[in-house]
Design a protein around this ligand. Structure first.
Ligand SMILES: [Zn+2]
Length: 258
């Protein structure tokens, strides 16, 4: 494609919007991090937000990528992460969702996302969402076996309300892996764990699972960690080690049962 014909913001996108780590990882686990980055291409001028808002949790899942990388290292698992902020396009939402390109998030209005034309929305989907979906699709198709695990973080205080839950184990219609992880968590109660919290499939958060795991019958789960637990390396290490333990024991149990 001729760069000179692209509108300005597309010229400021990185060459690839996807970061794949350990592409040849041995583990069946495929880690996905849709909200890994707060990078907003320069041509979008922070979407009209001030720097503090553009760098805040509305732009990304703080700590989620570092957590996913730590688990990827420990399990030798492939990790696919999005390199663009979810404010530009939320890769855990389909293009028809009004949450794919939010005009407001928590207390913020996002000026650069209001009054977008259908063509401008399509353009964001074409350059950010669709390449990410394609990478996931290709990974799932070419691997011998896939257990899909998406890694997210959530803010400890939302709309002024503190959240007590520390780790959410989320699922859509296939709860096999989530159930096994929840039983393992009950035996290792290091963190306050809940099913489908602080939100669940009714909020549209299981899009990646529904798109890539459910149609193929793949074991799958979405993990949400309260981001204050991921504020430093020691915290990330503690959560990663505990999650690896849950995942490994859950997968052993499920494989033993099959
Ligand atoms: Zn997220």
């Amino acid at each position: 494609m001729n760069l000179s014909t692209k509108p300005n913001w597309l010229a400021t996108l990185p060459e690839s919007v996807i970061n794949t780590e350990r592409p040849l990882g041995e583990s069946a686990v495929l880690l996905v991090c849709e909200h890994a980055s707060r990078f907003i291409p320069e041509g979008l001028a922070n979407l009209g937000l001030d720097q503090a808002a553009a760098q805040s949790h509305i732009a990304w899942d703080p700590g989620a990528l570092a957590l996913a990388e730590r688990i990827s290292d420990a399990l030798d698992a492939t990790l696919i992460a999005q390199k663009i902020s979810r404010l530009v396009y939320d890769c855990n939402r389909p293009p028809e969702s009004d949450q794919a390109i939010r005009a407001e998030s928590e207390i913020y209005n996002i000026p650069g996302n209001t009054e977008l034309s259908a063509a401008q929305r399509e353009e964001r989907a074409d350059y950010i969402y669709r390449p990410f979906q394609k990478a996931l699709c290709e990974a799932v198709k070419t691997r011998a076996r896939t257990v899909l695990v998406t890694i997210h973080s959530f803010t400890p205080v939302y709309n002024d309300k503190p959240r007590a839950v520390e780790v959410g184990i989320l699922h859509d219609s296939d709860s096999r892996l989530a159930n096994a992880m929840l039983s393992a968590a009950a035996k290792s109660p290091t963190f306050k764990v809940e099913r489908n919290a602080p939100y669940g499939p009714e909020d549209g958060v299981t899009h990646t699972l529904a798109e890539h795991a459910l149609p193929r019958g793949l074991l799958n789960v979405m993990i949400e960690v309260r981001n204050d637990l991921l504020a430093d390396d020691a915290g990330i290490e503690a959560v990663a080690t505990w999650l690896e333990g849950l995942l490994t024991s859950a997968l052993n149990e499920l494989e033993g049962a099959s």
